[in-house]
Design a protein around this ligand. Structure first.
Ligand code: SF4
Length: 388
């Protein structure tokens, strides 16, 4: 390692703000282990309690009907397609009830951009969920849905956000960011709102008191410089609003879609991204490592590359799974992955507050029903006692 690179890593580890050019240099040239070590120094300073978190939630994909036709998406069906579906209110509520029974604290409603669903549909379902399950946090939709609902219902973005919030939406998920840089975004999602619009909607939401996360789907053909530019765009907005609670990168899954296997980020590229993100985002509190798209071993390794959170058990997930993400896990396994990385596992809520800290393995929760499920079919719910 050159002396200049060593100095840059030391400065970044000490918390000095790094420029996009420096981030790109670290991403492409820093020795892998030194890069991870620098990110881990930052993580340890931010979380000296040595805790790494997970959450129990359920993605409920309410419709697969979508007019936006992203090339990387294996989940959607065009309006009128015979395989298109939209869940009834009763079905969505039933799935929320199952989630509550399994200990979920958060629901992520995510779906296609159906021209049939105007703002009244979302208001009705959010209000119904909150009326039946007030204990659930609705961390749902995202900037793309706001844009779509605004178009469908002829409303400006601020009005859409305010009405969704009033109906029960607590915070926005960061999905739909994909890559915000114009060239690669247009190549993979030409009908989606521009990256600048995605950020503008998020900034508007933050200004109205609705916080969110920010995501990155890497590996669809973007350059290294474009990867770092994605981070820069988010950091600049965060400087103004402070509303992004966490940054969540994952890797594009290449099956059953129009991009096919054209490109995908490697495990090492993913780890480098996680570490650089921790060093670059001096203004974002949390960093989530993905096990769903990269596998549990890489997910566990992210905890040594700056991540402080392993995300969700995912009682249901259909969108990324449709494109080939085969990894499944359960609560016991996530706890063991975190403990195996030398961290203290803790279940968190949407606001990253610790709900249960698992210090003693002998007292770990035992409920093997709490596992990932691609749930177009119903969960197999049996009483805990009967399940042994
Ligand atoms: S990623 Fe979302 S917006 Fe894009 S086609 Fe799939 S469902 Fe539609």
């Amino acid at each position: 390692m050159t002396r200049a690179m060593g100095r840059l890593l030391d400065d970044a580890a000490e918390g000095g703000r790094i420029t996009p050019d420096e981030a790109l240099l670290l991403y492409t040239d820093a020795p892998l282990h030194a890069l991870g070590q620098a990110a881990d120094v930052v993580r340890r300073r931010r979380y000296p309690d040595n805790i790494a978190t997970y959450i129990i939630d359920r993605n409920i994909n309410y419709t697969n009907v979508c007019v936006t036709a992203c090339k990387f998406c294996a989940f959607y069906r065009a309006p009128g397609h015979k395989e298109g579906w939209t869940h009834s209110d009763e079905e969505i509520l039933r799935r929320c009830g199952e989630a509550v029974e399994l200990g979920a604290t958060q629901i992520m409603l995510q779906g296609g951009h159906s021209p049939e669903l105007g703002i009244e549909w979302y208001e009705r379902i959010f209000a119904a969920i909150k009326a039946s399950y007030p204990q659930l946090t609705l961390h749902s939709l995202g900037a793309s849905e706001v844009v779509h609902i605004g178009r469908t219902s002829n409303l400006d973005h601020a009005t859409v956000i305010a009405r969704l919030h009033a109906a029960g939406l607590d915070s926005f998920a960061g999905a739909g960011a994909e890559i915000l840089v114009e060239r690669p975004r247009t190549a993979i999602a030409p009908l989606k709102e521009k990256g600048e619009v995605w950020l503008d909607v998020m900034a508007t939401a933050h200004g109205l008191g609705v916080e969110s996360t920010a995501t990155f789907m890497m590996g669809t053909g973007e350059t290294n410089a474009e990867r770092i530019e994605h981070l820069r765009m988010i950091r600049d907005v965060q400087d103004r609003t402070g509303g992004f609670r966490s940054f969540i990168p994952w890797t594009y899954q290449p099956e059953n879609n129009h991009l096919k296997g054209r490109t995908q980020a490697t495990s090492l590229e993913y780890l480098r991204m996680v570490a650089v993100a921790r060093l670059f985002f001096d203004n974002v509190n949390h960093l989530q490592g993905s096990w769903l798209t990269t596998g549990k071993d890489i997910g566990q390794l992210t905890l040594h590359y700056g991540a402080d959170d392993l995300g969700s058990v995912m009682l249901e997930e259909n969108v990324v799974s449709s494109a080939g993400a085969r990894h499944r896990s359960n609560r016991t396994e996530l706890i063991e992955l975190i403990r195996g990385a030398g961290r203290i596992p803790a279940q968190r809520d949407t606001l990253y507050r610790h709900l249960a800290v698992h210090r003693d393995p002998a007292e770990d929760p035992v409920d093997d029903r709490v596992h990932s499920h691609v749930s177009s079919t119903a969960l197999n719910l049996v009483p805990v006692a009967a399940a042994g």
